[in-house]
Ligand binder design. Structure first.
Ligand code: SF4
Length: 239
């Protein structure tokens, strides 16, 4: 199976990478969004769309929008602590350009990268159910399929890791999640799956993930993508 066929393992063919703004597939999450709209009518309170550069080689997959982060602002990882660490790191490693100011209108641009979530709608207590993760996977699979230059996927946390493997039709036991791990997926064409602990406030406050640990993963990603891009360059001086 090629990477092109990834969506076929995860749901109906032809699925769009973006759900409807009022997607009702998960009743619990749709009801939670509706209550959020009533309480905070100025917030996004809808499925959070992908944030992607054209020709992205790196796709970062988080868990789900944070209540006061992406669910409020409408851009993945924008407006909460996890975004502070993620975007700072993306800027440092050349995967973003501009300045991150925790607002959708800060002008920040991704460079060769894309960001999505395994679950597009904010879940209560930041905990989606297995059924909700499964229900949203076709959008993740369609997102992967929509990026033809992809060579690396970064899973932020085990739930994202497992959903990516399922999108590729892989056995979870064959590729166990571990911070810093790299998994070459035999069915994924040239794509390598990288793992990191999620850059949440909880993980950083408890020392599960430190900024140097996070940066080490991005150093590996940068090296992998630079190697792919160098290999793609036509050889100079060759006939
Ligand atoms: S989590 Fe995904 S599938 Fe479920 S309601 Fe939101 S967009 Fe739809």
């Amino acid at each position: 199976m090629s990477r092109k066929a990834v969506a076929a393992t995860a749901g109906p063919k032809g699925k769009r990478a973006e759900p409807d703004a009022d997607c009702q597939i998960c009743p619990r999450l749709a009801a939670y969004r509706a209550s959020g709209r009533a309480e905070e009518p100025d917030w996004h309170n809808a499925p959070v769309p992908n944030f992607a550069a054209a020709n992205a080689r790196l796709l970062i997959v988080g868990l789900a929008p944070g209540l006061r982060g992406a669910n409020r602002t409408g851009r993945p990882f924008t407006g909460d602590f996890a975004g502070d660490l993620l975007y700072e790191t993306l800027l440092d490693f050349g995967f973003a350009q501009g300045a991150y100011r925790a607002r959708v209108d800060d002008g920040l641009r991704l460079a060769g990268s894309a960001i999505t979530n395994a679950v597009r709608c904010v879940p209560p207590q930041n905990k989606p159910t297995p059924q909700e993760i499964n229900a949203c996977r076709p959008f993740l699979a369609a997102t992967i399929e929509s990026l033809p230059d992809l060579c690396a996927i970064l899973a932020l946390g085990r739930i994202a890791h497992d959903s990516i493997l399922r999108a590729f039709g892989q056995k979870l036991s064959a590729f166990p999640f571990a911070h810093g791990a790299e998994h070459i997926l035999p069915e994924a064409g040239a794509v390598t799956l990288f793992d990191s602990y999620h850059c949440s406030r909880y993980n950083t406050n408890t020392g599960v993930l430190t900024p140097p640990m996070f940066r080490a993963v991005f150093a590996s990603l940068r090296a992998k993508i630079d190697a792919v891009e160098n290999a793609d360059q036509p050889s100079k001086g060759m006939p």
